[in-house]
Unconditional design. Sequence first.
Length: 343
Amino acid sequence: MARASAGARLHFGFCNLSLSHERLYGALGVGLDSPRVVVDAEPAPAVRVAVEQAAGTPSESGDSSPSVRDDVRGYATAAVDLLGVDGARVTVRESLPRHAGLGSGTQLAAATLAAVAAAYDLPARVRERAPALGRGGRSGVGVATFEDGGFVLDAGHPTARFTTDRPANGEWTVPPVSARHAVPDDWRFLLVAPEAAAGRNGAVEDDAMRTAVERAEPGLADRIAGIVTRRALPAVASGNAEAFGAAVAEIGRLNGAWYADEQGGVYRPPVGEVVDSLSGAASVFGAGQSSWGPTVYGVTDAARADAARDAGRRALDAAGVGGEVSVVRATDEGARVDESAGE
């Protein structure tokens, strides 16, 4: 039996959504050590899938478990086809909250492929095969953090190739990594998960992105480019958490201007109230919405972790919603693949 385990990722936003520029998208994000997706696989004559109950996720009889099972069955079926093997028995030991802004789809797809490949002692070639699994069609952050962790800026896609509709699955390449930096050991990331509907996904997400790209004001991309090159990249390279938090929060706010008509504001409700509250906390250097949310991130450090956690709880109270709060480390390593997990 083989096991693949990968951490979640945060998505701070895109560099460009305007068709007026040569490169479309270009995402920024960071790999997290937790929460994690854990997938076991072993050779079998056909595809068999099971989903176990994991801490912090619904039980197998809960509302989301059938969707996780359906997703992993699709990824496992695609994996055995790509690898040229008969089948696999795949068990999801832990899963990320689905459509919460933590990269659950890409991490589950990549972990499934990696586990099945390891079970047969074959190379996974995740970056090459991710498009056939429907991943990496816009952001390359999930694949890049699965490979190597860290802070990642990807190069985006050629605008002439993608326009408002991405090509069919398998007919794109995952955006290459333009810059990657290790995240300093003392940095921490506050995660605030309000009780709210799942973020946009599937056809609804595609429609929203198409509309946003068609309407995107090109000047925002120029402003974001300046923040990326003059603030975010120097901050992570020099280990300045305060400057980094302020930079990615501003990038997220500018991204929200592109999505305002689609999500009901710069941040989707109730994220805006949570972000506003965190922005006034001395222990949080910058806050924003990860991807379509509802997860809210805050940048902090080890010395302020407890205070940041308290600020997260106060932010939920101020927004009048329940939810979960945690403080996690980044990871500067990619997914862990163990080819002898059952021994």
